[in-house]
Write a protein that binds this ligand. Sequence first.
Ligand code: NAD
Length: 495
Amino acid sequence: MPQTYQNYINGRWTGPRSGAWLERENPAAGDITCSFPDSGPDDVADAVKAAADAYDSWRFVPAPRRAEVLFRAAEMMLARKEELSRDVTVEMGKVLKEARGDVQEGIDMTYYVAGEGRRMWGQTTPSELPNKFNMSVRQPHGIVAAITPWNFPVAIPCWKLMPALVTGNTAVFKPSPHSPMSAYNLVRILEEAGLPPGVLNLVFGGDKTGAALVEEPRVSMVSFTGSLEVGREIGAYCGRNNKRLHLEMGGKNAIIVLDDADIALAIEGAVWSAFGTSGQRCTAASRMIVQERVAPAFTDQLVSRARALRLGDGLEATTDVGPVVNQPALEKVQRYMDIGRDEGAAVACGGSRATGDGLDRGYFFQPTVFTDVRPRMRVAQEEIFGPVTDIITCSDLEQAVDINNGVQYGLTSAIYTRDISRAFKAMERISTGIVYINAGTIGAEVQLPFGGTRGTGNGHREAGQAALDSYSEWKSVYIDYSGRLQKAQIDRPDG
Ligand code: NAD
């Protein structure tokens, strides 16, 4: 039986004032998994009011106490990991092993941030004047709107909500309409972990609900992960209205394979990075930039590995690649097959919807490798977000780096080489936010900053200590205990 989920506002599970509901289907089988509110501006306003009311008390709860709630939530997520992971697979399609990784990333982030409750260091500096003390402390922004995509339905909300809450903000969470179950599971756990009413509120809904949340005047910060087009729109609004903003957007990530690389190792990384989560990771490698001498061997091996991948329901242990998220995603991938062919690229394997063998009711696309791709082609520039990768040949490291950097996105890059000098040169010259040496483009750990340059981001980072910078601002404090008026820059020994 499909579940019905409600919004969570001011500590109560409640139906939408809009009276409108949405449904989510399982992308592997087409059956309806749940229904949930299509929240309108009134629902959003209720949630924001609850967050505003709770802010004045939550911000003064000592950070170590705030962190204890998060620590308990991490313990509960760990205890329920299997159940949470299965829900991820059922609602967005990634295979169960990867869904467990998604949930584990959320758990890791929650433990990591809980530790920050007892650190959250500021700075102390010497003063230029006697009997004066200088320090800086973090302060929260206020109400954070967390707007998330479906492709990491547990990890990404944890990246946003946990640092937002530990630094003393309250939050309204608007998850993707394609991953409502995971959003419900996470909020339920935080409720059970003891988060006070109003500190975290959940409003389900689609794009209009997200827009209403961004435009709510009491929202002080928007933290958005999703597509470049939507991020730009949100960024323009926040710029005009002076709202704090954190954007994480698309990618066109590449793996560079030089002629001294361990090709077998590079193939393992390429298969995992291109086809994991059906190519729907923001970090997915959709371009292979391969030095000419090794390109034929690399291409043959990649194509044969892509052909051998077993498509199916992600809950089945034998499945390598699940479906794409929905019908529009399937149609978009299909469109790019024509775009690529029209530009002169060749489809070396895949190229169409996968059917038969129980796949007909789901949104399955064959793992696809484009060859004869030139760097400026649309298939080499635009985010397709499906199980599709390109092979682009290059003559040397310099050209490989130019091709790698020559896209509007800047999230991840990888290079395979056995030459330490070439690896370091590449690491210096590659302009993405994340670089992997002798590993695929995926596999970020929560203790380092995560985010992209150029069109992928706006300079902020998730995860690591950097996350605290996104969700708090600095307050500089000067304490003068001289008992007299002292003037910085003016009261000097040299007059
Ligand atoms: P999307 O941009 O369509 O939607 C993301 C979220 O924004 C959803 O919750 C959606 O309802 C909401 N939204 C849509 N229009 C809105 C508007 N006008 N105002 C406010 N909210 C709005 O993206 P998606 O399809 O859910 O996710 C896929 C995209 O996310 C890809 O481009 C992928 O690369 C990107 N992504 C990036 C990262 C990263 O860290 N850089 C991580 C994961 C996904």
